[in-house]
Design a protein around this ligand. Structure first.
Ligand code: HEM
Length: 447
């Protein structure tokens, strides 16, 4: 499954070649600075044929459309939780790559891919995903060893490199590959059907609660835990929320580390409550990675589908996969990838120095801010897949996430549900809904 992640670097849709991007440090440029040709640079998604495929209609025309309604609602998950960060990222996206002091903001697809695949990264630096995972999940580097895959490095994937990283990924490959996902489908399909039954009777369904149960069920099955799915999901969400809060810049938060440690212990206890693999740190990491992304992605995708009136496409067996991929692209569940350079290099034509902080804005790189989901003309895989990262660390759960969303869309489609209530989650580690209530507008559930 991870083989599906190889990304064509010459893809024009996802941004002009990195040679087009002019380093903001050295370039003059107007207020918006130089722009690349593609999705991540200035917002317009430009396919190979030069046709602006994914751009939504002009603002005025789009205001009344379903896509505009979907986008307006979806923006709330960012604005409620991180309004300042959202504003900063939006304000800086006019340039594909922009340096602010020792921080380099990367908004464009080719430049993001370049960082993830070619630039040596410090996987354990504080403030990065790897550093946060390492400090939250308690893995320890043996004294005196480098984090290069040597023995003694009890890593959690995100913070690893080299042989140890490859070896640990192999332990997940079967479970998250096609055969593993098919087995999981047999678990989650009946659960989805059962939980959607209230729609047939004119009732409502909270897709966030369902997503939590689905994610918990998947994690339980993957890790051989006997704990209740909802408890696993709640514990994994707590670890991520506390750990993100602890990493935010600002005043020191006394007790933050201890709170993360307690939440991690709770999660490990739950996961260890069964036929566990014995690798507690990795198990906890898989739980955190799977739960938080799934709980963010599925409800946002369902809301977008409902608001934009895409249920016909969701019901279509030939279009559903493409629609799911597009919904994962525009919702970009993990919208910001914080990394630190471990060596001097280049990102999108801009020199990067060892120790520079790199903020990879996946949301902009895939054109999520600029173009709605289009199952008939989807973004090229090399662009859309960037929501799952790229290179050796590319998300091993991408196939699972796509299959789960496809099945949820297929099960919801006959009801053509509409959103009756949506409340953003201000506490969650990733932008998402706290509740997302749907009611049928078609089928037996229509009133
Ligand atoms: C919509 C759902 C998901 C999104 C958007 C997502 C996104 C990502 C991203 C951006 C990365 C970092 C990739 C990089 O650094 O290049 C990642 C890594 C990872 N994801 Fe996912 N993910 C999702 C679902 C899942 C699921 C369902 C699982 C497990 C069942 C999972 C397990 C992992 C693991 C273990 C890693 C670390 C890989 C490594 O460092 O080698 N993810 N994910």
């Amino acid at each position: 499954m991870t083989g599906r992640s190889s990304l064509p670097s010459s893809d024009r849709h996802g941004g002009g070649g990195s040679g087009d991007a002019v380093c903001p440090v050295t370039a003059g440029g107007g207020p918006d600075g130089p722009r690349t040709k593609g999705a991540g640079a200035a917002g317009a998604a430009q396919p190979a044929g030069g046709r602006p495929a994914h751009r939504e209609p002009g603002r005025a025309r789009a205001r009344g459309t379903g896509h505009a309604r979907a986008r307006r609602r979806d923006r709330r998950v960012y604005l409620r939780a991180h309004p300042l960060l959202f504003a900063l990222l939006a304000a800086t996206r006019g340039r594909p790559v922009r340096r602010i002091g020792r921080t380099v903001l990367v908004h464009e697809a080719d430049a993001c891919r370049e960082v993830l695949t070619r630039l040596p990264l410090d996987r354990t630096a504080p403030g990065t995903t790897g550093g946060a995972a390492r400090s939250a999940l308690g893995a320890r580097k043996a004294k005196g060893t480098l984090n290069t895959g040597n023995t003694g490095d009890a890593g959690v994937l995100f913070d690893q490199d080299g042989d140890a990283h490859r070896a640990l990924r192999r332990t997940l490959a079967r479970d998250l590959g096609t055969a593993g996902v098919d087995e999981l489908r047999a678990l989650w399909r009946p659960l989805i059907a059962h939980r959607l039954e209230p729609l047939a009777a004119g009732g409502t369904v909270d897709v966030v609660a369902l997503a939590r149960e689905l994610a918990g069920t998947v994690v339980r099955a993957l890790l051989g835990s006997a704990a209740a799915p909802q408890a696993v999901a709640a514990a994994a969400a707590e670890v991520a929320a506390l750990s993100v809060r602890g990493e935010l810049p600002g005043l020191p938060r006394p007790g933050a580390r201890a709170a993360v440690a307690r939440a991690t212990a709770r999660l490990r206890h739950l996961l260890g409550d069964g036929d566990n693999r014995g690798d507690e740190a990795l198990s906890a990491m898989v739980a955190v990675a799977a739960v938080n992304t799934t709980v963010a992605a599925l409800p946002r995708a369902a809301a977008w589908c409902a608001d934009a009136g895409l249920w016909e496409q969701a019901a279509d067996d030939t279009l559903r996969r493409s629609l799911a991929g597009e919904l994962l692209r525009v919702t970009a569940a993990s919208p910001l990838l914080p990394r630190v350079a471990a060596a001097d290099g280049v990102a999108g034509g801009c020199p990067v120095r060892s120790g520079d902080r790199l903020l990879l804005v996946a949301r902009h790189a895939v054109g999520a801010h600029a173009s709605g989901p289009d199952a008939l003309r989807p973004a090229p895989p090399g662009v859309a897949r960037l929501v799952f990262g790229a290179g050796p660390h590319t998300c091993p759960g991408a196939g699972l996430a796509g299959a789960l969303l496809e099945d949820l869309l297929a099960a919801l489609a006959p009801y053509r549900p509409a959103v009756v209530r949506a409340r953003a989650d201000r506490r969650a580690a990733l932008p998402g809904w706290r509740t997302l209530t749907l009611r049928a507008t078609a089928g037996r559930g229509q009133r």
